[in-house]
Design a protein around this ligand. Structure first.
Ligand SMILES: [Zn+2]
Length: 115
């Protein structure tokens, strides 16, 4: 299965605060009506960390990088960053949907990697 997932957030209809899709109420004004916002275009790297002891799913890798990116419309996303070389805060990255690992049952896991 390789259905590309959308990178979506929700925007409060009252105060326009942009937040993660999992929240039932606006974190700012407690309103509960939202518009769905899709991440578009390129993004920039806000911050990252290098995990040298990755979880079991990534046992074939010596390390992997997790970072937070921000899209042009303000949406932020957490995901893998690749490659490790020459990473600079504020640099432009592209979201690429691809296989990131096999889970512990051997099934392919797909997600966005920011390159
Ligand atoms: Zn709000």
């Amino acid at each position: 299965m390789n259905n590309k997932e959308k990178l979506e957030g929700i925007k409060c209809k009252k105060c326009f605060y942009l937040q993660h899709i999992s929240h039932l109420r606006c974190l700012k004004c407690k309103n509960d009506t939202f518009d769905t916002v899709e991440a578009k275009g390129d993004c920039i790297l806000l911050t990252y960390t290098i995990l040298h002891a990755p979880p079991m799913e990534f046992r074939d890798k010596k390390y992997y990088i997790l970072g937070v990116v921000q899209f042009e419309n303000g949406m932020k996303a957490l995901g893998q960053i690749w490659p490790k070389e020459n990473l600079i805060i504020g640099m432009k990255l592209k979201p690429i949907y691809e296989k990131v690992c096999n889970d512990l049952d051997g099934n392919e896991v797909n997600a966005y990697v920011f390159k």
